[in-house]
Design a protein around this ligand. Structure first.
Ligand SMILES: CC(C)(COP(=O)(O)OP(=O)(O)OC[C@H]1O[C@@H](n2cnc3c(N)ncnc32)[C@H](O)[C@@H]1OP(=O)(O)O)[C@@H](O)C(=O)NCCC(=O)NCCS
Length: 306
């Protein structure tokens, strides 16, 4: 670990000239913000886990998983931050950067150091980075009912966009498949189709995430009465993850049944963990029919450049 952001006195733990007199005591307490790139992945992993010990949904990480996360989701370590008081890490916050948009992720402050301004100082700093990069949109997700984080993001002018579901399903693969023409797709073809997806996708399911992960596949179906669609997914050693389904023509329920029955019959022993399916996804009834359970839901929020 080395230097702090010396160009901003408030970020360096000193009193800013802009600091109102009545808040001067608070300004003295503001943390020093240091680029995440000044720390090892192990240090960041330890800090992240400590900030999340009391988290609504436990998600402990190890260093290898954090490194993979940074790579797949384009996390910019030079612009991501660690809040410090002396030599102690108080919290972290990371920023992913892609064309015209950024993503705020992994925010956490040590439980005993909360409500002292660190979460807000780090998030404001990342918004400043996003603006400097010329990004039009900052996006994030917050778990539903996480009141402290949700209140913070609303205070910083993020707007709620939609709810995203995290679904789990135990392995099973003995489904009757509807009569349909099925085509298994290589990553490049599946990604071409994903490029035609008509809506803005959550960060985790954007094309860049699949490209970096390197384990994408797809599936396309055509039913006799004209219903047609495709899906993209990631196949890992024990799991199927990160689904996007799209119905190009006809009934999404029929298309979903054709896609999921073929997928699960082909991979009957794999668990399924899917993230960030929109709460209004027309294929949701099919997920329920195939035994998917909602683990929790997130609220997606955007802050667009004015
Ligand atoms: C969310 C979190 C990072 C906030 O960090 P923090 O340093 O305590 O927040 P700050 O002191 O900077 O507070 C800034 C604003 O956040 C909101 N806020 C923070 N804690 C809050 C709480 N317990 N209840 C309601 N609002 C809260 C307030 O709007 C506050 O502004 P105010 O002081 O003017 O009221 C912290 O609670 C945390 O680490 N939680 C666990 C991990 C987590 O939820 N991460 C977010 C994942 S999306």
């Amino acid at each position: 670990m080395s230097q702090s952001f010396d160009n901003n006195p408030a970020f360096a733990g000193e009193v800013s000239l802009d600091c109102p007199r009545r808040e001067i005591e608070l300004c003295f307490m503001l943390p020093k913000l240091v680029p995440a790139s000044h720390f090892t992945i192990q240090e960041l992993t330890d800090a992240y886990n400590q900030t999340r010990v009391d988290y609504l949904v436990p998600m402990p990480l190890n260093a290898a998983r954090l490194a993979e996360y940074i790579r797949i989701y384009d996390v910019d370590m030079e612009r991501s931050v660690v809040a410090m008081s002396g030599e102690q890490i108080l919290g972290i916050n990371m920023i992913g950067s892609r064309a015209l948009r950024s993503w705020i992720t992994r925010l956490g402050v040590l439980p005993v150091k909360r409500r002292m301004g660190s979460g807000e100082a780090m998030t404001r700093y990342l918004l400043e980075m996003s603006q400097q990069l010329g990004h039009q949109r900052a996006m994030l997700e917050v778990i539903k009912n996480n009141l402290p984080a949700h209140t913070l993001f609303k205070k910083l002018n993020f707007s709620e966009i939609r709810e995203l579901l995290i679904l789990r399903r135990a392995p099973n693969g003995d489904y009757q498949t509807p009569q349909c023409q099925i085509e298994w797709l290589e990553a490049s073809t599946a990604l071409d189709l994903l490029g035609t997806y008509p809506d803005f996708l959550p960060w985790t399911n954007q094309p860049e995430s699949y490209i970096h992960a390197g384990d994408a596949q797809g599936l396309r179906c055509q039913l006799p009465e004209g219903d047609a669609g495709w899906m993209i997914f990631r196949k890992q050693k024990f799991y199927l993850t990160h689904f996007v389904l799209h119905t190009e023509a006809g009934d999404p329920v029929k298309v979903g049944q054709a896609l999921l029955s073929n997928l699960h019959n082909r991979y009957p022993i794999l668990d399924t963990h899917i993230e960030n399916i929109t709460a209004d996804d027309p294929h949701l009834p099919v997920f329920r029919d195939f035994g998917y359970l909602e683990a929790f839901r997130r609220i997606e929020m955007y802050r667009d450049a004015g």
